[in-house]
Design a protein around this ligand. Structure first.
Ligand SMILES: [Zn+2]
Length: 212
């Protein structure tokens, strides 16, 4: 393992612990990755079925562009590795993070009929890369969930090309994906989007109670 890989793995483990503490990665759910090298592609990827609150840097796997392990590890990379690889290739991302929060799960279902969640007019939108004003409109596309990962990766690619400025997307009744040039940027994007989804979800709930 290179020093660079170790540093990236330590960063991913720290983010996993923080997100676990927020309740976004419960029950071994969610996954995290970061690019170590682009040519040939090498990524640090969280292993499948591991408690993200207890994830150790040495448990991070090094995988290639086909999600095969290239490090001397026994583990199995996350089932969703193909989605991470697709996002890295299509968006030029340096890190990809995926959370299973209560609010992203609820909203990914509530807004499925509209094809996505529209987020508009919030100050927190300015935490997204390239956004300068609260007047920004962010559209988070919703993709139907599937266990067929090659097919889902294709669908992710098509969706990303249809929504070239989206900072993330939702898998229906499943979770949120976001990414960034760096791990710090990807972490910020997840925090911003989780905040906004929770805000929208709570606002809907309060409005519903008011109109009872
Ligand atoms: Zn997931």
């Amino acid at each position: 393992m290179s020093d660079e890989f170790r540093e990236i793995a330590a960063g991913l483990a720290a983010v996993a612990k923080g997100f676990y503490g927020r309740g976004w990665l419960l029950g071994t759910s969610g996954n995290l990755s970061a690019v170590v090298q682009r040519e040939p592609l090498r990524m640090a990827m969280s292993p499948s079925g591991v408690d993200k609150g207890e994830l150790k840097p040495e448990q991070l796997l090094s995988i290639d562009e086909n999600a095969r392990i290239v490090s001397a590890h026994e583990g199995k990379p996350s089932d969703e590795s193909l989605l991470h690889i697709r996002i890295v290739k299509d968006r030029g991302a340096g890190a990809v993070l995926h959370t299973h929060s209560v609010w992203n799960t609820i909203l990914s279902d509530q807004h499925a009929g509209e094809g996505g969640v529209t987020i508009q007019g919030y100050e927190m939108l300015k935490g997204l890369q390239g956004v300068r004003t609260h007047e920004h409109t962010e559209f988070l596309p919703i993709i139907e969930n599937s266990q067929d990962m090659p097919a889902l990766a294709e669908l992710v690619g098509t969706t990303l090309s249809k929504h070239p400025v989206a900072h993330g997307f939702l898998l229906r009744r499943h979770g949120l994906y976001s990414w960034g040039q760096t791990l710090a940027e990807a972490k910020r994007h997840i925090e911003i989007l989780e905040f906004l989804l929770e805000t929208i979800g709570r606002a809907m709930h309060i409005q519903g109670r008011r109109s009872d």
